[in-house]
Design a protein. Structure first.
Length: 162
């Protein structure tokens, strides 16, 4: 199994793998083009990476790991300087609002120092329901599910389902 296949299967994977580094570089280049010159034309560099994209507005400063594990519904707004680390699926339902500087993490690292030295990671999907508002500066941890209609206050660290 390749490291990409392991990552997609939810198994531990080596983040330093050449194929994964290349895919992250592709996403970084797409984000850099858009962030340097935000326009509808350059936004396509980012949204082409996404697995599924509805109607979405993405403000500059956006960063993602791969993009290919991001699913957006309709009427999604991603404010300035948001980071989506999508080693596993990130699903944003309809009418989701992400405040400035929101970070959504799917990737995590072992707690054991010896395992961390091997660059082994694992990832858990994050699902955000419909009509959700996540306040600026909030951080959503791997494996979290946020139900429809929930409001997350600014600067909250969300470690469990809401």
């Amino acid at each position: 199994m390749t490291e990409l296949e392991k990552m997609r299967a939810g198994l531990p994977f080596n983040t330093l793998d050449a194929e994964l580094r290349m895919l992250r570089e592709k996403a970084r280049m797409a984000c850099a083009k858009y962030n340097a010159h935000p326009s509808k034309g350059n936004l396509k560099h980012i949204t082409r990476l996404f697995e599924r994209v509805g109607s979405v507005v993405i403000e500059p400063g956006f960063q993602c790991d791969y993009g290919s594990h991001i699913y957006t519904g309709e009427n999604v707004y991603i404010n300035f300087n948001c980071v989506l680390l999508d080693s596993a699926n990130i699903t944003l339902g309809d009418n989701v609002l992400l405040g400035p500087g929101v970070h959504i993490y799917t990737v995590d690292h072992p707690r054991d120092a010896l395992k961390r030295k091997t660059a082994e990671c694992f990832a858990k999907p994050v699902t955000i329901g419909h009509n959700v508002w996540i306040g600026g500066g909030s951080i959503i941890f791997p494996g979290v599910n946020i139900s429809d209609g929930v409001i997350i206050a600014a600067n909250e660290v969300v470690r469990q389902d809401r």
